[in-house]
Design a binder for this molecule. Structure first.
Ligand code: NAD
Length: 481
């Protein structure tokens, strides 16, 4: 078998020790790798590189397209960018996959049957990082959900489920509140699910879904969700499986993929041969499957399960009465290597025979061209006078083309016309101008309106066009009576 080039970063803190153990184990398991090493993390940050990764390291990643990464330390203080976020975004790593498995009775857990895979969208949602302070009282973060971004992650979840013999894909959103953004995620999930009749599918509102996941994780199999919910719930899922130190994860892109442990660099444990290398090892197992070395992946994973059930445990999972031997990082690695070729007897052995070595093909459905018409505009104002009726009287006077003032909201709540005096108002107002019959407006009309408003002394923060897509109005109404 040809050796697969991969890029390896030993990271900071416990990183070098767990990486060495991981590489020793997977090479003993038959992995065929041609390893390029790069430097990332603390030293690079402190040398003045705010991203924590040098240009030559990017070159290696873009050449090998496979990145096995130990945890790094982000220095304290401002100005340092998260290396994970940068890597995910720069390399288009759209899917974060985190299997959360219980290993009862060898690792303590309240959910002995838990075996859930969280598939988190990795590039968009509130993590687009577009934030602005708009008025002295109000800051804004844009939540962006795209159809192709959603289709990629949802298809990935279904393809993953099919390939790994999973039975069900669940989607979590909050589309009862965020009807456009989470609504799109849910709608695309329903569309894609129809193409996988062999798999069960279901949708839960994220709040009750999260509660059920924390209470009865055995009811779930693969769970796909937008970025923020996935970030939070993948940590919850790993924690309740009882195995934060044992979980690996991967970040998959169309070209490049990154594999790692979910934990950090645990600086207090560094250099003492104490750390558990299992999280990184399971990340490396995912890497071996990804590069088509499924046999080695299976051998390593099963030898690791056997080590666990033989009670050979690092300090973090050691328990009197369950564990038989407390070992260090190196000795744990040697114990796994000594069991290479063996299967676990009590825990379920893994099989990657069906995984194949074809890369995941996540095609996007071509979309028909859409007729877009601008039918109005939301004009956002900074205004310190908190009387909505007074503001309404002033704003009513401005008209352009066929647009007239339709409503004013404050933090989304309709305060004019017919607002309640009880509604709390900030200095941040939205004035909606449109034509009731949704007739088209021109951009010149919108600019004319803004000119009138500005010349009257009002302070515009931003505008948002109101559009119809194929005749359908796709903008939220104000909340209120
Ligand atoms: P951490 O995950 O490093 O440590 C949390 C706790 O878990 C500690 O008590 C530690 O002793 C224990 N622990 C973690 N991994 C272990 C292992 N393999 N074996 C045994 N015990 C283990 O989280 P933290 O202390 O909040 O963060 C430390 C540093 O790691 C910070 O600089 C943070 O920015 C960084 N970090 C990096 C990554 C990454 O590179 N992907 C992820 C999270 C945190």
């Amino acid at each position: 078998m040809n050796k697969q080039p991969i890029t390896v970063a030993y990271g900071d803190g416990i990183g070098p020790e767990i990486m060495q153990a991981t590489l020793d184990i997977i090479l003993a398991g038959g992995a065929q790798l041609d390893i390029e090493t790069i430097e990332i993390g603390e030293k690079v940050y402190l040398s003045g590189n705010t991203a924590g990764i040098a240009p030559s390291a990017w070159e290696s990643l873009r050449r090998t397209k496979v990145f096995l990464k130990a945890p790094i330390t982000t220095p304290q203080g401002g100005g340092f960018k998260s290396l994970n976020v940068t890597t995910r975004k720069m390399l288009g790593l759209y899917a974060n996959v985190r299997p959360c498995v219980a290993y009862a009775p060898y690792v303590d857990t309240k959910h002995p049957k838990m075996d859930v895979v969280i598939v988190r969208e990795n590039e968009e949602d509130l993590y687009a990082g577009i934030e602005h302070q708009q008025t002295p009282e109000v800051v804004q973060c844009l939540k962006l959900i795209s159809r192709p971004g959603t289709e990629k992650i949802v298809r990935y979840a279904f393809e993953y489920a099919r390939r790994y013999g999973r039975k069900k894909v669940t989607c979590f959103t909050k589309d009862n509140i965020m009807k456009q953004t989470d609504g799109l995620f849910h709608a695309v999930f329903d569309e894609v699910a129809k193409e996988y009749p062999d798999l069960e599918n279901e949708h839960w509102i994220v709040d009750i879904g999260a509660a059920k996941l924390a209470d009865t994780p055995e009811a779930f199999d693969v769970v796909v969700m937008p970025n923020l919910y996935g970030d939070i719930l993948s940590d919850v899922a790993a924690q309740i499986a009882g195995s934060v130190g044992l979980a690996g994860s991967c970040n998959i892109g169309e070209e490049v993929a990154m594999f790692e442990a979910i934990h950090g660099s645990a600086p207090r444990r560094a250099g003492q041969n104490l750390a558990n290398p299992s999280g990184l090892l399971l990340g490396a197992v995912m890497m071996l499957v990804h590069i088509g070395q499924s046999e080695a992946a299976e051998r390593v994973h099963n030898a690791w399960l056997k080590t666990l059930e033989d009670g050979i445990h690092t300090y973090d999972i050691f328990e009197e009465g369950v564990s038989t031997q407390k070992v260090g990082t190196k000795e744990f690695g040697q114990a796994v290597i000594a069991r290479m070729g063996q299967l676990p007897e009590k825990l379920k052995p893994v099989s990657y025979a069906t995984a194949g070595n074809e890369p995941f093909k996540v095609k996007l459905t071509p979309q028909a061209p859409v007729q877009i018409e601008t039918v109005g505009v939301d004009i956002f104002l900074h205004c310190n006078d908190r009387d909505p009726n007074k503001l309404g009287e002033s704003m009513k006077g401005f008209k352009a083309g066929n647009m007239a003032l339709n409503m004013i909201t404050n933090r989304g709540v309709k305060v004019w016309p017919g607002g309640f005096s009880e509604t709390f108002c900030t200095d941040h107002w939205r004035c909606r101008y449109k034509n009731e019959d949704l007739k088209a407006s021109t951009y010149a009309d919108i600019m004319d309106l803004q000119k009138q408003i500005t010349e009257a002394g009002f302070s515009i923060i931003k505008t948002e066009n109101l559009c119809t897509f194929d005749g359908k109005a796709v903008f939220s109404a104000g909340q209120g009576a």
